[in-house]
Each structure stands twice: as C-alpha cells, then as structure tokens.
Ligand binder design. Sequence first.
Ligand code: FDA
Length: 396
Amino acid sequence: MNDIQSVDVLIIGAGASGLFCAIEAAKRGRNVLVVDHANKAGKKILMSGGGRCNFTNMDVTPAHYLSQNPHFVRSALSRYSQWDFIGLVCQHEVAYHERDHGQLFCDNNSKDILNLLLSELKTAGAQLQLNTKIESVEKKDGLFLLQSSSGVIQAQSLVVATGGLSIPTMGASDFGYKIAQQFGHSLVEYRASLVPFTWNTADKQSWSELSGLSQTVTVSTESGQAFHLDALITHRGLSGPAMLQISNYWQPGEALFIDWLPSIEIEVEIQQARHQQGKKQLKNFLTGFMPTRLAEHFCALWQLEKLLADLTKDDVATIKSQLHQWCFKPGGTEGYRTAEVTLGGVSTEQVSSKTMQSQLCENLYLIGEVLDVTGHLGGYNFQWAWSSGWAAGQEC
Ligand code: FDA
C-alpha cells in the first residue's frame, strides 16, 4: 500500500473546467492533482475558435444556455461572470478583440488562454499528471480510491471534469457519465450539437454542387426557435453559425425552415421591379439578393426560366414560399466527429447549482460540459467551464 498517492482533491480532466477548478481549489490551500488520459492539457482550448479561442462573450445570460433545469446556471454565472474572466485575461496581458454578437477572441492564438491557465495552475501549486488513465473509482470510508495506470490515488474530493463526447480523436470519452451513473446520477439523453447538418438523399446531388456559397438567413425550428446568421452550403450539407446555433434546438427527424432573404419581402420586390424591369429574367433579378449560382439553382428547381413580367400569381406564391420558408429536412448531423459540444449529459437535478457538489454522494463534484448544460455558439461554453469550475473550486 506504499504507492498510494494521497491528495485532498483529485480532478479528472485537464480541460477548461478542470484546470480552472484546480487553480481555485489550490489557491485555498488544498493539495490538488489534475489527471488526464491525454498527452496534453486543454486540447480543445487549443483548437477552439479557429485557433483563436472564443473564450467568453460580453453578453452572458441564462437564456444563452440549454438545460432541463434552465435556472441551474444562474448562481455560478453570476458568482464568476464573464467580467471576472476578462479581468484575468487582462491581468495576463492576453491581447483580445470583440467580434459580432459580443464574442471575445484572442488576437494571437488560443495558446494564450492555455498558457494563462497553466501559469495560474503553477502559481497556485496544483499538480498536473498527463497520460494517466483512470480504470476504476470507488468510495470507501469517506475517501475516493481510484485505480489508475500510474497506481492508486486516494482523495477526499473527486471532481469529474471529463467534458462531452465531441471530437473523439482529442481524448473525449463517456467516462464522466459512467462515474456519475455509478454514484446514482441520471443522464439526460445526449447527442452531438453545435454541429453541421447533412443533406437528405433527395437534396444531396443538386445542393452539394453549390458548396462554398454562404448567405445570411433566418433559420427556425418547427417550435419557432430562430437564429438570424450566416449559413454555409457544403458538400455534406448546411453549416455556418446559423445552422450550428439551431442544431442545439433541432430534434432528429424534424424539419427546419430557412428564410433565404430575411431582410426583404420578395413578393413586394417583384411587384415593384416588374413595372420598371419587366423584361428582366427572374434569375438576373434574384442575383441582386443572393449569389448568382444560388439564384440559378432556385430558378432551375422551380422550372421558372421566365421574365419578371411573365410571372403568374402562382409563380410569385411559389417563389415567396420557397425563398422565405424553404423546408429543409436534414438527413442528420455530422455527429461527434465535427460537433463543438454534447447536448444533454449528467442531469443537474441532483447537483447543487451553487457548489456543483453531487447531492447523492458527498464530496463528488461535476463541472463543465459533462453536465446537462449547453451554451449557444459564441464563447458561452467556455464561460460555463470557467464559472462551474470556479464554483466547485471554492468548495471541493
Ligand atoms: P474539455 O473537453 O475541455 O476537457 C475534458 C478533459 O477530460 C479532456 O482533456 C479529456 O482528455 C479529459 N478526459 C476525458 N475522458 C477522460 C478519462 N476517461 N480519463 C482522463 N481524462 C479524461 N467553446 C467556446 O466557448 N468557444 C469556442 O471558441 C469553442 N470552440 C470549440 C471548437 C471545437 C472544435 C470544439 C470541439 C469545441 C469548442 N468549444 C468552444 C466548446 C468547448 O471547447 C467545450 O465546451 C469546453 O472545452 C468544455 O470544457 P470541459 O472542461 O467540460 O471539457
């Protein structure tokens, strides 16, 4: 029994939430060990935001999160807010800038955020152990005992910060869900989200030829959730911020509705144009509002190679419904391979929203994406990792 490593706090997962929790707990004088089976800490931080890490957002509210318990995020987000994290970023002199919709990105590289975390971790005195696989977890006489690839680890508090299932090649695993279940927690059904959609068989051939085109659209679900952002046509399906955002709200099997021209009323534009430009081809007229190839595609689809003056009432009705309420039935999504997050996860019902401590097992904490908390695109998922990690770090 000599080789038992004994710590106050063991954190499984050296990602955004695990590192942040470790910093806070170590600052309180706790002896903290963070283990990860990967060979590097914070891999998702490094690949995030196209290499520039969208680390938070200027406007963070509970309405930017999905969870079966929508109030769960309130306490942690208000106790450690985006302003607190921005303060830390400034303290470390990380250069950043604001993009549309309040999104904050590093000027240089995502590495700046990971270096910030690793430097805070070192200053606080927490240990980081990579390439360590946890094989089993049990609780005995009030202590957690973990069998790991580097021996037995004993801890007073155990923090599960294993994230979700997206990008399996980056070390994602369902281990966090299994530990939660082992201690009696229930799971909210989970699936890949913030993810591009794939074409159904009928649309694939004609639409995939338009790959590379983008258009500002309003996309909505059958239940009326809507986003007004850019959509990108790809070989595989529809992507871009509009489609990623709506994927959080889409249910498999459902249709999506796309308004390709949300800032105009096409019927009104046609009525006005046909008086002055009646001899104009519909296709050329539409090019004033969308890329030429997209305009050509629609006209071919409707079999409307006509002059504006020749359009019938029915033609205009078809154009209106197809451009303002195009019904898209996705074949599915690209799945965990390209998804940014996992929607669903460990139910928040049996977790304290103030401390992230399990209400079923004392001194067990769950933080970050492993929980049934999913943010919108735009820095919200990292803010949840910082806020939930901070909250657990004050207690564990
Ligand atoms: P995270 O995934 O960061 O960390 C989990 C850690 O646990 C990993 O290091 C993993 O190796 C480890 N682990 C898993 N299983 C284990 C096991 N069995 N044993 C030991 N260790 C284990 N969000 C945002 O706000 N802004 C952005 O710009 C982006 N961009 C982005 C791009 C891409 C490509 C992806 C995939 C995701 C994003 N995200 C994002 C989402 C964001 O990365 C994500 O929500 C957070 O990293 C979640 O933090 P966690 O700490 O919960 O998990």
